[in-house]
Design a protein around this ligand. Structure first.
Ligand SMILES: Cc1cc2nc3c(=O)[nH]c(=O)nc-3n(C[C@H](O)[C@H](O)[C@H](O)COP(=O)(O)O)c2cc1C
Length: 173
């Protein structure tokens, strides 16, 4: 798919077919996370690919009972290795949320390109997700996404206009 078409076609998908994802497609998508940029090229991330039905069902509970997550054949949990991330972005803050978000969005767009659906999941109980996926204490959950073939593709949601979000030369209200 042409790049701008991928960006335009991406939606948050909240209904999935049970069809499995061919392994080569899954690996192709994950490879785009590996290639993502990160502060100082530290790559402070891991991606936990959950296929086990029982674990997925427990993830649904840990994600505020968003049942569509469990419909997808795969759920990806993106986590940050915050202890190794660049701690002084702009001189004062840690880059890990930015680093991991970029990499996960690579996955999201690559999935769209493959005809697969995703949905950023930020509504989760971090302790529950960490316990379930055996994530160490010093590693932070950034977001999850189901990954699977869409059952329903919603219409595009509205966005602010370009003039509302872009200013030239200086910040403008
Ligand atoms: C950081 C983040 C967290 C989100 N968390 C959830 C979530 O927990 N559940 C959900 O259904 N959608 C979630 N979304 C999806 C947004 O609701 C969605 O991106 C937005 O409404 C725009 O719709 P679109 O993605 O279809 O363009 C999240 C999106 C982002 C970027």
């Amino acid at each position: 798919m042409e790049f701008y078409e991928v960006v335009k076609k991406r939606r948050s998908i909240r209904a999935y077919k049970p069809d499995p994802i061919p392994e080569e497609i899954l690996l192709r998508i994950l490879e785009t996370a590996r290639l993502a940029p990160s502060a100082k090229n530290i790559q402070p991330w891991k991606f936990i690919v959950v296929k086990d039905r029982v674990v997925k069902e427990k993830l649904v509970t840990a994600c505020r009972n968003q049942t569509f997550i469990g419909e997808a054949p795969v759920v990806i949990c993106a986590v940050a290795l915050k202890n190794i991330a660049f701690g002084r972005m702009g001189g004062y803050w840690n880059s890990y949320p930015v680093d991991v978000a970029i990499a996960l969005e690579h996955i999201v767009l690559a999935a769209t390109n493959e005809g697969l659906g995703t949905c950023w999941i930020g509504a989760y109980d971090e302790n529950a997700v960490k316990e379930l996926l055996k994530i160490p204490e010093d590693v932070q959950v950034i977001a999850l996404t189901p990954l699977g073939y869409p059952k329903e593709i919603p219409n595009a949601r509205p966005r602010k206009s370009l003039s509302e979000i872009v200013s030239f030369d200086y910040f403008k209200e």
